[in-house]
Structures are given as structure tokens and as C-alpha cells.
Design a protein around this ligand. Structure first.
Ligand SMILES: O=C(O)/C=C(\C=C(/O)C(=O)O)C(=O)O
Length: 304
């Protein structure tokens, strides 16, 4: 029997608009997931939510609809450390997808090489308490040490309030670091206030990559019209724009489709693409954000 969806959970947007923004050739959705379908890929018993299905066929249809060329498919907590749904999608996409996995500290070198051969290029460390139970730092250190020889990176998902406590641990990891959703800033606070300044300093000191993603998750005011356009998350724009301006060569973008854990509104993915115009305002910034940076990180050696 299939597990029912967490009550109150919104399904992903069924009829996304065609973006007004034409994406540059080779644009990468560098943060998205696949959920099941659970009839084929069961959700993990230890999960803290049960999503609707969101399989590879719908993910690739969205990629094509939005004008994207490639995906980086990130393991979501609803599948725990069972990466089979993600691997199935990455393999199905051929060279058009890479993966970021969740692994346990006892993973063998052989298993890691198999993941690498399948297109995995990083692991995810999740510190968001509503998503996972404690993440023992010793176990994560062991994982980071095991993946470093493969040239993989560590993707970090944390609440901004936890950065002070986590920063020394992050700084000591022996891999490149990639932060999800700008470190989840409190956008009710000033962009040049102490909290986001501390985050930007962390990024600068450790050459951290930053995903300029999830304005729909971070917004306090909700989608609003901006420059006559629907659905720009105006209160998040200054944060994304700041990161793009300060670290133009280490920013990434993604849809976060199928958008887990949203209950008050579900973004139209076409309008999420248009939101890019407010944070990467020049064609050069957009080429780096969408093409050059993700290609350098996930398809190194390719000209982009
Ligand atoms: O999709 C995201 O990146 C954000 C969320 C969930 C996960 O990342 C996950 O379950 O792996 C969230 O904030 O609920």
C-alpha cells in the first residue's frame, strides 16, 4: 500500500508557465529532486515527511519546458540513504544529469566508485532538524574524508541560526563546500545586517559555492508583483543579488522541483525562472550562474 502524502502538503505546480526569460544554452537546474514514484522507489521509513510522487519523467519534462539543458539531482531526505530513485534518474538522463547522494559513514570505497561511475559528484549533509535527526559530526567527517579522493564536494543544508556553531566543522571539511538556499537567511532582517554578513564572510573565507535558490521558501511577504511582473519574491531579491554580485563565479541556481514541504503556496516553476532576472541582472551573471559555474563543478573539463 502506498503511503499517504503528509497532510497539508502542496503538490508541485501542474501547469508551469513558459518563462519570459530565455535561458542560455547549456543552462543547468543545479538543485532538484525526484520523489519515487513510491510504487517503484519506496520512501525511507525514517523520513519526516511523505511527499507526492515526482518522478524522473516529470522532472525531465519540466527541464525541457523551462529551456534547461541539464539537471543536478539531489537526494532528498524522504529517501534517506537509499539513492536508487536518484540514481535511476541520473542514469536515464545520460550525460544530462549528475547526482548528489546521501551516504552512511560505513560506505565502502567500492560503493563510492560505483556511485561516481553512475554520475554522483557530491554528498549532502543535512542539519535542518525538521528534516533529519542529529547528524553526528564524526560520521560526516568520515564521509568527507572518503569522498575527497574522488574530487566530490559536500552540499550543506542548514538554518542560518546554526551557522556559528557549524562553521568550524564546515571550515575543516577536506572537500569543496556548496550551500543550499543561501544558508536560509532570515529575509526579515537587513541584507547588510550581522547575520547575512557573517554568512558572506564564511563563503568568502572558505571559497564556498552558494545556491541562489528557494526564494519561495525564504520569502516572508510572499510572491508579489515586481516591475509589473507577477510572482517575484521581492523580499528575497536583495539576498540573491548580493550573493551573485559578491561571488559571481561560485553561484548556482535550481528549481528545487518537486518543492518538498510547501504548505502555503506552490511556485510556478516558469515564474521561478523569471525571478532569476532580479538576482542575476546581466547576461554575463546569468551565463555564470546557469551555465559556466555548474558546468565547471559537475562537468569539469567542458568549455562553458
Ligand atoms: O528541497 C529542499 O532543498 C528543501 C527541503 C527539503 C529537502 O531538501 C529534503 O527533504 O531533502 C525543505 O526545506 O523542506
Amino acid at each position: 500500500t502506498l503511503a499517504p502524502k503528509t497532510p497539508g502538503w502542496l503538490d508541485w505546480y501542474q501547469d508551469p508557465s513558459v518563462p519570459a526569460l530565455r535561458l542560455p544554452a547549456g543552462a543547468v537546474d543545479a538543485h532538484c529532486h525526484v520523489f519515487g514514484p513510491q510504487a517503484e522507489f519506496a520512501f525511507a521509513p525514517e523520513r519526516k515527511y511523505t511527499p507526492c510522487d515526482g518522478g524522473k519523467d516529470q522532472l525531465f519534462a519540466l527541464r525541457d519546458h523551462l529551456g534547461l539543458a541539464r539537471n543536478v539531482i539531489v537526494q532528498a531526505t524522504c529517501h534517506g540513504a537509499d539513492n536508487s530513485a536518484m540514481l535511476d534518474a541520473v542514469r536515464a538522463a545520460g550525460d544530462r544529469a549528475r547526482g548528489v547522494a546521501t551516504v552512511r559513514s560505513d560506505i565502502s570505497e567500492k560503493e563510492l566508485r560505483q556511485l561516481d561511475a553512475a554520475g554522483v559528484r557530491g554528498v549532502r549533509f543535512n542539519f535542518v532538524r525538521r528534516l533529519v535527526d542529529a547528524s553526528p559530526k564524526d560520521a560526516l567527517r568520515t564521509i568527507a574524508r572518503k569522498i575527497a579522493p574522488l574530487g566530490w564536494h559536500s552540499v550543506l543544508y542548514f538554518e542560518s541560526a546554526d551557522l556559528p556553531e557549524l562553521e568550524p566543522f564546515f571550515a575543516a571539511l577536506p572537500t569543496p563546500l556548496v550551500v543550499d538556499h543561501m544558508g536560509r537567511p532570515d529575509v526579515g532582517k537587513p541584507v547588510d545586517g550581522p547575520e547575512f554578513t557573517r554568512f558572506l564572510r564564511f563563503v568568502d573565507h572558505n571559497d564556498v559555492w552558494v545556491k541562489v535558490t528557494c526564494p519561495e521558501r525564504l520569502t516572508v511577504t510572499g510572491p508579489a508583483a515586481l516591475d509589473g511582473e507577477q510572482h517575484a519574491y521581492t523580499d528575497v531579491v536583495p539576498f540573491g543579488r548580493r550573493v551573485v554580485e559578491e561571488f559571481p563565479d561560485r553561484v548556482l541556481w535550481g528549481t528545487d522541483w518537486p518543492h518538498p514541504n510547501l504548505t502555503d503556496h506552490m511556485p510556478d516553476d516558469g515564474l521561478l525562472v523569471d525571478h532569476i532576472r532580479h538576482v542575476a541582472v546581466t547576461a554575463e551573471q546569468r551565463h555564470k550562474l546557469l551555465v559556466a559555474n555548474p558546468t565547471r563543478l559537475y562537468w569539469p573539463g567542458e568549455d562553458a
